[in-house]
Design a protein around this ligand. Structure first.
Ligand SMILES: [Zn+2]
Length: 55
């Protein structure tokens, strides 16, 4: 199995990367991946926001 390039990371791989980690978002909030977490928004500019701050 070939090793994928980072920018070809799929959703499952992204989930594994984020698992048990806390992200500090650009809006100032923290995001922790779990089944009941808020939506994580990644803009086309590469900014990270939580659901509350983006919408
Ligand atoms: Zn926020």
């Amino acid at each position: 199995m070939k090793r994928k390039k980072r920018k070809e990371m799929n959703a499952i791989e992204l989930r594994q990367v984020l698992k048990n980690r806390v992200l500090y978002l650009d809006c100032g909030h923290r995001f922790c991946l779990h089944p009941f977490s808020n939506t994580l928004v990644i803009t086309t500019k590469g900014d990270f926001y939580c659901h509350n701050c983006y919408f």
